[in-house]
Design a protein around this ligand. Structure first.
Ligand code: ADP
Ligand code: TRP
Length: 321
């Protein structure tokens, strides 16, 4: 079984990205053959500055390596090192109706937030389809917001297979972990870079403390019992605590005497503990850009081999001899 996922190198990574996608991706190395890449071409839809794209791509690479990407067992590369994907993107564009792209939520969301529409943003799902179909992916682990893109990939693949009367493309399935499908941010809305409500993974203790202390709560006093059910601190704590720890926390909420600041301190310590082992590894790679570049090239070579052979098959079936 082939599992494939891409992550956009769009700045620092937060715990929503981690629990929604990255962790699942890393864990899936035990379930099948993992193909994971840094979506540098996709990032061009939002990052229009050379230094930012380079820095964010490097950060994404070292984050994944620190978090346990096994580059021997899996195939890990940066999207623009395997150019076949752009050829497939063009071919697939001719099997993608305008209506399909016009219905894309993520495009509609972005334009309604004032991001100016251009062809890259509009055709983004076709490039994503090319990523997925080029590697005959079976499973695509994604957050909820990406499900529609995987469904569009299936539609494009079905249309192509139908046109050429051949099962050229494998139909992928999106895999969403319902339990952590949407990680709430510090204000209770979906955690997202764009909402300024994140708790970042690799950041200074000072920043992380500020983010955790900024979690929005009601204004109950120390001597009042509190409700954990609808509390943002509790909702985020669920990601880091086991059942016993959560029961204990519930009791603390129900017993007057402690304030939200105390629960925030408990959560902060939990988060720091959780990510400490990864921080050391990340530091190692951050000091060794050449080693990181070589690792990505090693992955790209493996990916290119598969992509080249798939493209030969595709060119043949469409008549690009
Ligand atoms: P952001 O919303 O911060 O810009 P991205 O859109 O770059 O995050 O998301 C990268 C990946 O992380 C996607 O697969 C997305 O579904 C997942 N993801 C992002 N935010 C969350 C969240 N709050 N909960 C669960 N998954 C998330
Ligand atoms: N669109 C995805 C995101 O924003 C990133 C991505 C690009 C991707 N190509 C992919 C994810 C292929 C899964 C499969 O998160």
């Amino acid at each position: 079984m082939r599992i494939l996922s891409g992550i956009q190198p769009s700045g620092t990574i937060h715990i929503g990205n981690y629990f929604g996608m990255v962790k699942k991706m890393i864990d899936s190395q035990n379930d099948g053959e993992l193909f994971a890449f840094i979506a540098s071409y996709h990032a061009l839809t939002s990052v229009k500055n050379k230094e930012d794209l380079e820095r964010n791509s490097f950060e994404a690479a070292i984050n994944f390596l620190a978090l346990g990407m096994d580059v021997e067992k899996s195939t890990f590369w940066i999207q623009h090192d395997v150019k076949e994907v752009l050829e497939l993107y063009w071919i697939l564009s001719n099997h993608t109706s305008m209506g399909l792209l016009e219905r894309a939520h993520s495009y509609k969301d972005k334009t309604s937030r004032g991001i100016s529409a251009n062809h890259g943003l509009f055709s983004y799902p076709v490039l994503m389809a090319a990523d997925i179909l080029l590697f005959d992916s079976n499973i695509v682990p994604v957050g909820k917001d990406q499900i529609q893109h995987v469904e569009m990939t299936r539609d494009i693949a079905i249309s192509f297979n139908h046109s050429y009367k051949k099962e050229i493309f494998t139909l992928p399935l999106a895999k969403v972990d319902e339990e952590v499908a949407t990680v709430p941010g510090t204000d209770g809305a979906k955690m997202s870079k764009s909402y300024n409500n994140t708790i970042d993974m690799f950041t200074s203790s000072k920043t992380r403390k500020k983010q955790v202390m900024g979690i929005v709560t009601d204004s109950k006093e120390l001597n009042e019992a509190k409700e954990w059910e609808n509390c943002n601190i509790y909702a985020i704590s669920k990601l880091f605590m086991n059942d016993d720890e959560l029961k204990d926390l519930q009791k603390r909420y129900e017993t007057p005497g402690e304030g939200y600041g105390h629960f925030k301190q408990t959560l902060l310590a939990k988060i720091e503990n959780y990510f400490a082992p990864y921080e050391e590894k990340r530091e190692y790679f951050s000091q060794r850009p050449k080693e990181v570049r070589d690792i990505l090239e090693f992955g790209a070579a493996k990916a290119r081999k598969i992509a080249a052979s798939k493209m030969e098959q595709i060119r043949d079936v469409v008549g690009l001899i």
